[in-house]
Write a protein that binds this ligand. Structure first.
Ligand code: NAD
Ligand code: UGA
Length: 463
């Protein structure tokens, strides 16, 4: 089977960049990305590709090249489903906020809606690809919906989880460590797997395309995220011990990372991991383990989240304690609001929780982030529902320049590791601040000796 028409449901952080790269690398395939969110589609179609809704280095260039040629963004979901041979489901799978599994399980209502819509519209056989991150055995539920509400059409369900990280989405998609495709071991299942392998083989070498059964593929995605997050919680746990003992966490990380069995990546101590996925996927893993009665397995992974929450709170506590146990009416400047550099995504960013804690202590927060809008920051705080929206907008002032944000501040907190922060004239910033001037480096990116020589009281995670 030769694939010439693909549809992707969900034009978000995964659907948009992934389909843009498929379209760029496979000019013979027509790729249509659909979404219910009209504004999002309008933004993807903005004539100026610098205004597309997701900021990722290199993405606007790829969209410029492929959009209108073989890459299309549309709200006509049914038409796109009807025309495509392969349908990627790339919708959000957030943590449930209601009912059974509230606060733990993945909310699959958007996935189920997609399955029902595909079943309703499809008139020819289709391959349905799970691109969203899903609990193990979700394919069973999708298949059951498709087979029982459809009109005699044959569906093959593949699991093809996405491993890209935000901020490096384009390079991750162009040079993936591996592509994982899980499918049925029947002849029809193998034909579907091969069809999808052929799409990726347009730019990924075959030895990096791994095929497995569906359940291994689904569970591998949750496992990968759990292992990555676990490394961060492990080094963050050591950062607290370093602070008590005079060890330096960056030196410890370097020393252990040179062991080839451990490796150097994902050992950066921080104010805690954020992002839309680590927490939600681990909570989901914990829920799945509990639902099979595997309480020790569940408790083991839950500790990764407990440690991460502790690290965020520890950072805000440290700011309060260091500023003589009160931050009431003091100005604390935040540099960065995004959950990591090179993205405008703020989901679960540590900055939100640290700001919330400090506003509870009646601090005034001034923020500068190169890519996050004022409305986004305020809506992130409002979403926590700790206080009124009005109180949040009084407590948070947002600047479009770091020097202004830091002027007359009592302290600065680095919440995102944007490269530009390392290039600032820190002497100038120090001179404009209240004295003593404190600098809390939640990402360990600044040069302690240089800042201390200027006069800052410098505190980094783990130092
Ligand atoms: P997102 O919220 O940015 O995008 C999801 C989009 O799906 C939204 O625009 C929403 O309007 C749309 N949508 C929801 N239901 C729909 C429906 N029935 N029809 C049409 N459109 C619909 O989410 P995301 O960050 O792209 O994540 C999507 C999935 O990919 C999640 O399961 C996530 O865990 C996984 N994932 C995300 C990343 C990442 O870096 N963000 C990486 C790997 C995997
Ligand atoms: C993560 C995974 O890295 C991707 O492989 C996966 O596809 C994705 O989740 C997903 O499923 O959504 P992402 O969350 O975009 O990607 O970004 P990461 O680079 O993993 O960073 C996550 C958080 O961990 C950030 O807040 C980052 O600052 C923090 N981090 C990362 C650390 O604190 N220390 C580190 O050493 C590395």
């Amino acid at each position: 089977m030769k694939i010439t028409k693909i549809c992707c449901i969900g034009a978000g952080y995964v659907g948009g960049p992934t389909m843009a790269v498929i379209a760029q690398k496979c000019p013979h395939i027509q790729v249509t990305v659909v979404d219910l969110n009209e504004q999002r589609i309008k933004d993807w179609n903005d004539p100026n590709t610098d205004n597309i809704p997701i900021y990722e280095p290199g993405l606007s260039e790829i969209v410029s090249e492929a959009r209108g040629r073989n890459l299309f963004f549309s709200t006509e979901v049914e038409k796109a489903i009807d025309e495509a041979q392969v349908i990627f489901i790339s919708v959000n799978t957030p943590t449930k906020t209601y009912g059974k599994g509230k606060g733990m399980a993945a909310d699959l209502k958007y996935i189920e809606l997609c399955a029902r819509q595909i079943a309703k519209v499809a008139k020819q056989n289709k391959i349905v690809v799970e691109k969203s991150t899903l609990p193990v055995r979700t394919a069973e539920a999708i298949k059951s919906i498709l087979d029982n509400t459809g009109n005699g059409v044959q569906f093959q369900i593949l699991s093809n989880p996405e491993f890209l990280a935000e901020g490096t989405a384009v390079t991750d998609l162009l040079n993936p460590d591996r592509i994982l495709i899980g499918g049925d071991t029947t002849p029809e299942g193998e034909e579907a797997i091969n069809a999808l392998v052929d799409v990726y083989a347009n730019w990924v070498s075959k030895d990096k395309i791994l095929t497995t059964n569906v359940w291994s593929s689904e569970l591998s995605k949750l496992t990968a995220n759990a292992f990555l997050a676990q490394r961060i919680s492990s080094i963050n746990a050591m950062s607290e011990l370093c602070e008590k003992t005079g060890a330096d966490v960056s030196e410890v990380a370097k020393a252990i990372g040179m062991d080839s069995r451990i490796g150097p990546k994902f050992l950066k101590a921080s104010v805690g991991f954020g992002g839309s996925c680590f927490q939600k996927d681990i909570l989901n893993l914990v829920y799945i383990a509990k639902s099979y009665g595997l309480n020790e397995v569940a408790d083991y992974w839950e500790q990764v989240i407990i440690m991460n929450d502790h690290q965020k709170r520890r950072f805000s506590n440290k700011i309060v304690q260091t500023l003589y146990n009160t931050v009431a009416d003091k100005k604390i400047a935040f540099l960065g609001w995004a959950f990591k550099k090179d993205t405008n995504d703020t989901r679960e960013s540590a900055a939100i929780y640290v700001a919330d804690d400090l506003i509870n202590e009646q601090a005034k927060i001034s923020v500068y982030d190169p890519k996050v809008s004022r409305n986004k920051m305020l809506s992130d705080l409002d979403y926590l529902e700790t206080r009124s929206d009005e109180a949040n907008s009084k407590a948070l002032s947002i600047f479009d320049n770091a020097y202004e944000a830091c002027k007359s501040a009592h302290a600065i907190a680095i919440l995102t590791e944007w490269d530009e922060f390392t290039t600032y004239d820190w002497q100038k910033i120090y001179d404009s601040m209240h004295k003593p001037a404190f600098l809390f480096d939640g990402r360990n990116i600044l040069d302690a000796k240089h800042l201390e020589s200027i006069g800052f009281i410098y505190k980094a995670i783990g130092s």
